[in-house]
Design a protein around this ligand. Structure first.
Ligand code: NOJ
Length: 508
């Protein structure tokens, strides 16, 4: 059933479309702009203990804590893509996509995460997948780590320990050696922000309650591990393999709750720095290192709490230089926006208290199956502009995730509306704001396991029947819509308009 908010949103869009029809222009995606769809290993592959795969923290987490997954499910079988990957690739081809973004399961390649035990069957699987992608005229965009850490490495401390850095580098080396001849777009770590949350909240693996401490250690070591892999590629592989490397950073756009409140405006800035800036500033800014506001706030609070030093680890001056510039493009995952006010919340100590911001209730249309997703297309344009302003206009941005969660309807008109209106904002960022957005990725290619929301929150362009042992895939209306977009390289008029004058009238 459509919620009232969604209905109002749709009606508002139609009104805007009709109003602007006469003087609207339908911009085209640039010639070399690429479209794709994304998945990740744990969310789709299944085959959790097949062909020598080791156990990952998501295997452990879902098996030992089914209570922390809304429907008690797990990824043991998921969408069975380990067996049905050819159908997945066919789906991308049917939609006229140019690339497939997927991730590699570390524990399928290295059962313990260690370089002394390499599982050839795991290598064989990804060779088959990569070849299938290429033979269908698509490019692989490969994420090395999408949260499914080998359990053995978690037992050594996971990303909270810097031991992880050498093992992550050793893993990346195996990937470059085996797949780098055919993979030219890499991301090292998907959404370090959300993986670090596994050290702050109980609903994401590893599910540790180390608030205000573990989260910063994990983040710090992820940044350093990423940089290490970037330098490894630079030194030994780039000249021959000629690829590009980045990491996927996620962010919700932030809007001050009270437009004229200085406090809320400052809180909004802080929110962006504590989410995106935390990871992006050390890598993309001219000066490197964490945002000043994070360093100041966390240090002051830590000392007041009785810690001898800041809970936020610090980079040495050599490390600042080493980390700076370690990305060839900006891989952006973007879904929604938050309404922000100044204020204190959360345990003491905790990341939430450190931020000094509150996420306030808003009236934006929402996904019915996701607690955090709002339909706020202007946010994607604003964040793209923000990235350009902060980190330079030459920086290329690949949107590596954007998508909408619902109950899995085949006639997914709300998803189409979401994708259309977001892509229109991307077109505005390209044509009006002159931002270098080079491609767009829908999350997700197929319905899959949405982490602690289990299978109750569906993002797929293709429906997967999870009651069918064969996991039948069926294209949703949104898959046909995407086919239309990739063919025409435009957003059909009936889904929205692009009109500079109208935007200016709205004060954008
Ligand atoms: C973030 C993650 O990268 C992906 O795994 C997740 O399913 C989607 N966004 C939707 O929440």
């Amino acid at each position: 059933m459509l919620s009232c908010k969604i209905q109002c949103f749709t009606i508002l869009n139609i009104v805007i479309i009709v109003m602007a029809r006469n003087n609207s222009k339908n911009y085209t995606f640039p010639k070399d702009f690429i479209f794709g769809a994304a998945t990740s290993a744990y969310q789709i592959e299944g085959a959790w203990n097949v062909d020598g795969k080791g156990q990952s923290i998501w295997d452990t987490f879902t098996h030992t804590h089914p209570d922390r997954i809304s429907d008690g499910s797990n990824g043991d079988d998921a969408a069975k893509s380990y067996f049905k990957y050819k159908e997945d690739v066919r789906a991308l081809k049917e939609m006229g996509m140019q690339f497939y973004r997927f991730s590699i399961s570390w524990s399928r390649i290295m059962p313990q995460g260690l370089p002394n035990n390499i599982n050839q069957k795991g290598i064989d699987y990804y060779n088959r997948l990569i070849d299938e992608v290429i033979n269908n005229g698509l490019k692989p965009v490969v994420t090395m780590f999408h949260w499914d850490l080998p359990q053995y490495l978690q037992d050594l401390g996971g990303f909270a320990s810097d031991v992880i850095i050498i093992y992550f580098e050793a893993y990346a080396e195996v990937l470059f050696e085996n797949f780098g001849d055919r993979v030219h777009m890499w991301t090292t770590i998907n959404e370090p922000y959300n993986h670090a949350f596994g050290y702050e909240v109980m609903t994401l693996a590893p599910g540790l309650n180390t608030t205000g401490v573990g989260i910063y250690l994990a983040a710090h070591n992820m940044i350093k591990a990423h940089a290490r892999v970037y330098h490894l590629y630079d030194k030994h592989y780039r000249a021959k393999q000629k690829g590009k490397i980045s990491l996927n950073l996620s962010v919700q756009w932030s809007v001050p709750e009270h437009k004229n409140s200085t406090d809320d405006k400052e809180a909004t800035k802080a929110e962006l720095e504590f989410t995106l800036g935390w990871y992006a500033h050390p890598i993309y800014s001219k000066e490197g290192d964490y945002p000043q506001i994070m360093k100041d706030r966390i240090r002051n609070l830590s000392l007041a709490e009785g810690f001898p030093t800041s809970r936020l680890p610090s980079f040495t001056s050599e490390e600042i230089v080493y980390v700076k510039g370690t990305a060839d493009y900006f891989a952006l995952n973007q879904y929604g926006s938050y309404l922000i006010a100044k204020g204190d919340t959360g345990a003491n100590p905790s990341y939430f208290r450190d931020k000094g911001t509150l996420i306030e209730p808003d009236n934006w249309p929402k996904s019915e199956t996701s607690t955090w997703e709002s339909v706020t297309p202007k946010g994607i344009r604003n964040i793209i502009k923000w990235i350009k302003e902060q980190y330079g206009e030459e920086l290329e941005i690949l949107i590596t995730e954007n998508g909408f969660a619902d109950n899995g309807e085949l006639n997914d008109i709300i998803r189409i509306n979401y994708l259309a209106t977001y892509m229109i904002e991307v077109l505005k960022a390209i044509h009006f704001d002159k931002c270098k957005v080079i491609g767009y990725t829908v999350w997700s290619l197929i319905d899959n396991l949405e982490w602690s929301n289990g299978y109750s929150s569906k993002f797929g362009l293709y429906h997967v029947d999870f009651n069918d042992p064969d996991r039948k895939r069926t294209p949703k209306q949104s898959a046909h819509f995407m086919r239309n977009v990739t063919e025409t390289r435009q957003i059909p008029y009936n889904y929205g308009i692009i009109d500079r004058e109208l935007d200016e009238e709205e004060g954008l």
